[in-house]
Design a protein around this ligand. Structure first.
Ligand code: NAD
Ligand code: GLY
Length: 383
């Protein structure tokens, strides 16, 4: 395939069907340079605020600003610090201050240029400024391209817990430029693959098999498989969100791997594992738990373990006690009436949500330990 053909093959458009709040996710190498015409096509005029951080802004803001200005838009930038610490009410306040000073109006627009942190904060600020102004997601990490930029969960952390403050507010448009993944640190790139694998397990065995077949090409960032994988992940998320936008039931399946994953993140003080690594361990372990509970066959666990390992992700429970793990699992957002609800695979492509009994989980944990777990987590501390 010539380079041009490869790039064309890598272009996709996925719609999130939510009635008059429907929007497109446009996936195309180089689309950052077309952002001005994309916004004009939506009828956006006037003031546009681009929210980014120094790491992403240095690389990608100049091209984005050029394209927006060429489309006649009145553009300003708001730069937040890098990292999860920036997902705070302080950042929201900084954005709101900038919007008020620059006299942003109801029809003005925010553009989130960055990873999930920038996307979540920007979407939240947009959803509360003047009771809501439009925003556009321009995700630059794999986590953001396949997950956080889609579906309208916005928000910030509270000192007492992650993502405790937020809104459901859908973007007007999502523009995904997969070439931005080339500058992403390898550890962040691989972490995003955990969420991709998750989509295969929860909804699509053919997609899971595709990942098994093409993982090496994905790791090399080949345009055609990367475009396909982002598009299929977004299609699955769009379909779930369209059926249950506010997570009253079905949307909980998107949290597969997260009951144990979130517990491990918090036990490590959010420093030892990054989110995707914790989700990778969580998926393999929750599959093991499903196997222990008689929910699935051994190959459902082993195929996930093998794929997670091939992606370069960890799969083993770090050293901990059952009491600590179980206590941390009680803080999961799927806890209802004091019971921990967990997403468990029945087969690749099909999951169920069921409450967990403490005693059955303890037996599973003890059995793991007798089998020689824990192996050391394969990743080091977060750089
Ligand atoms: P992140 O936004 O912190 O980005 C990771 C790092 O990569 C940062 O240092 C960032 O500056 C850098 N970076 C971003 N793009 C880059 C690029 N193209 N080249 C080089 N460096 C780049 O982390 P993330 O993994 O994107 O997102 C995690 C956040 O997303 C968490 O706060 C999580 O809670 C949230 N999240 C939200 C949802 C949702 O539905 N809203 C879903 C999943 C995750
Ligand atoms: N990332 C889970 C969700 O959007 O529901």
């Amino acid at each position: 395939m010539t380079n041009t053909h490869a790039l064309q093959a890598a272009a996709h458009c996925v719609t999130v069907p939510l009635g008059d709040r429907s929007y497109d996710i446009r996936i195309k190498p180089g689309i950052l340079g077309e952002i001005g015409s994309c916004l004009s096509a939506l009828g956006i005029k006037g003031k546009v605020g681009v929210v980014t951080n120094p790491v992403v802004g240095r690389r990608y803001a100049p091209g984005v600003l050029r394209s927006l200005r060429a489309a006649g838009l009145d553009v300003s930038t708001i730069v937040l610090p890098d990292g999860e610490r920036a997902k705070s009410l302080h950042s929201v306040s900084a954005i709101l201050d900038a919007l008020i000073r620059a006299r942003f109006e109801r029809g003005s627009v925010l553009v989130a240029l960055g990873g999930g942190v920038i996307g979540d904060v920007t979407g939240f600020a947009a959803s509360i400024y003047m009771r809501g102004i439009p925003f556009v997601q321009v995700p630059t990490t794999l986590v953001a391209q396949v997950d956080s930029s889609v579906g309208g969960k916005t928000g910030v952390n509270h000192p007492l817990g992650k993502n405790l403050i937020g809104t459901f507010s859908q973007p007007r448009l999502v523009l995904v430029d997969p070439t931005t993944l080339r500058t992403l640190p390898p550890r962040e790139r691989v972490a995003g693959l955990a969420e991709v694998i998750k989509y295969g397990v929860i909804a699509d065995q053919t997609f899971f098999a595709y990942l098994e077949q093409h993982m090496d090409r994905l790791l090399k960032l080949e345009a055609e498989p990367v475009g396909h994988v982002i598009a299929r992940s977004c299609e699955i998320k769009a379909s779930v969100v369209a059926q249950d936008e506010r997570e009253s039931d079905l949307r909980r399946i998107l949290n597969y791997g997260h009951t144990i994953g979130h517990a491990l993140e918090s036990l490590g003080g959010y420093r030892k594992l990054i989110h995707g690594e914790a989700v990778a361990i969580g998926m393999v372990q929750e599959a093991g738990l499903a196997r222990h509970l008689g929910r699935c066959a051994p190959d459902v666990v082993e195929r996930q373990r093998a794929l997670v390992r091939r992606a370069g992700l960890p799969d083993a429970l770090p050293e901990t006690t059952f009491a600590r793990l179980w206590t941390a699992m009680q803080h999961d957002k799927k806890v209802a009436q004091g019971r921990v609800y967990c997403v468990l695979p029945e087969r690749i492509g099909k999951v169920v949500i069921q409450p967990l009994e403490r005693e059955a989980c303890r037996q599973w944990f003890d059995q793991q330990r007798r089998r020689g777990e824990p192996a050391r987590p394969r990743s080091g501390p977060r750089a």
